[in-house]
Write a protein that binds this ligand. Structure first.
Ligand SMILES: Cc1cc2nc3c(=O)[nH]c(=O)nc-3n(C[C@H](O)[C@H](O)[C@H](O)COP(=O)(O)OP(=O)(O)OC[C@H]3O[C@@H](n4cnc5c(N)ncnc54)[C@H](O)[C@@H]3O)c2cc1C
Length: 309
């Protein structure tokens, strides 16, 4: 076994040659050399120190539900927290969850314990860390409404950021600027409520999602941010793009801010549809849409991974 893998294994489980396609909800993306699942936050801190020292490119991913990865291979390390850093506990009206926790599982747990605030999140296939990163939200509620504080790893130090310090805005947080900070855990402030009332709201939201979103196909949720003036789906619809296909990708007929992977779509198929939407909507309305989905590994460097040099 090479020394690099042996070193990685001291920090946690390592997988080789996994495809980003198998780590993202869009089900697109090339092969990754190494995936690491750090045992806990201390192992994660040491792992980050190690990769920085050795100049190894790395990327944290949650459930990959907001990523459009290129089909190229990634010569770096993907770090995932969802297998190991996924524990939570209640402290009065606060719920403290590790960043790799599933937000769906957490919202169900909160409901079962009569804690209200996360009902909006019960259909989002994401981790708590990814939801903080993007300030995910739905039904006029978002992560920022519930977050009390966030534990981060900053240059080898653990420290808490208050809600204000997270600089939450529409699908934005300070973590977009500070990509060197890692979200380790989140403390939520929730409200006591009857479990049945919470469940009823979650059930209603589930029905709305099933009716309005193409959940039967792989996707990354809404592709475009809503501009100030209108909903992005409305502008896409007005531009006559509902149902438009390119290769194996399609602008969903059910919800035209979703691009779905209908049949073995390539990353370029999706990218072509994104460019088409931006161009047509701008020509039609003068509004330039921007993506909510994050493009990952598109400007990769064609150099071998340090361990292979
Ligand atoms: C069917 C479907 C429905 C969706 N519905 C919604 C919705 O209603 N509302 C909404 O807002 N979004 C929605 N999304 C989009 C997506 O779920 C959110 O953007 C979510 O916040 C992404 O979380 P993730 O764990 O999958 O993060 P990923 O997509 O894996 O990563 C997103 C970014 O977060 C960073 N990141 C992840 N974890 C950490 C961490 N611990 N520390 C630092 N950075 C980190 C990654 O590096 C990356 O830059 C939907 C997606 C799908 C597929």
């Amino acid at each position: 076994m090479n020394q690099f893998i042996e070193q990685l294994e001291t920090f946690g489980q390592v997988e080789l040659g996994v495809r980003l396609k198998d780590m993202t909800t869009m089900r697109i993306g090339g092969k990754v050399e190494y995936v690491s699942y750090p045992r806990n936050m201390f192992a994660l801190a040491q792992l980050i120190e190690y990769v920085k020292k050795n100049d190894i490119d790395y990327k944290i991913i949650g459930k990959g539900s907001n990523l459009l990865c290129s089909d190229e291979d990634y010569y770096g390390l993907i770090i995932r927290l969802d297998r190991t850093m996924n524990h939570w506990y209640i402290d009065g009206e606060h719920l403290i969850a590790e960043a790799g926790s599933s937000i769906i599982a957490l919202s169900v747990f909160a409901a079962r314990n009569g804690m209200s605030g996360l009902e909006w999140a019960s259909g989002i296939p994401a981790t708590v860390g990814g939801c903080v990163f993007n300030n995910a939200g739905a039904y006029k509620t978002s992560m920022s409404d519930n977050v009390y504080r966030v534990l981060i790893l900053d240059n080898g130090n653990f420290r808490w950021l208050s809600n204000e310090e997270c600089e939450f805005a529409y699908r934005f947080s300070v973590f977009h600027k500070r990509t060197d900070w890692i979200i380790l855990a989140v403390e939520f402030s929730l409200i006591e409520k009857d479990e049945n009332e919470i469940r009823q709201m979650m059930d209603e939201r589930k029905i709305r999602r099933l009716e309005s979103q193409p959940l039967e196909f792989p996707s990354a949720g809404s592709v475009f941010r809503n501009p100030n003036s209108h909903n992005a789906w409305f502008l896409i619809d007005q531009a006559g793009l509902r149902g438009m296909s390119y290769g194996g990708a399609q602008i969903s007929v059910k919800h035209c801010n979703f691009i779905i992977n209908v049949q073995e779509a390539t990353s370029e198929d999706v990218k072509n549809l994104i460019d088409l939407v931006i161009g047509k909507v701008e020509a039609n309305t003068g509004v330039k849409l921007t993506t909510e989905v994050e493009m990952f590994n598109w400007n990769h460097m064609k150099i071998p991974h340090p361990s292979k040099r």
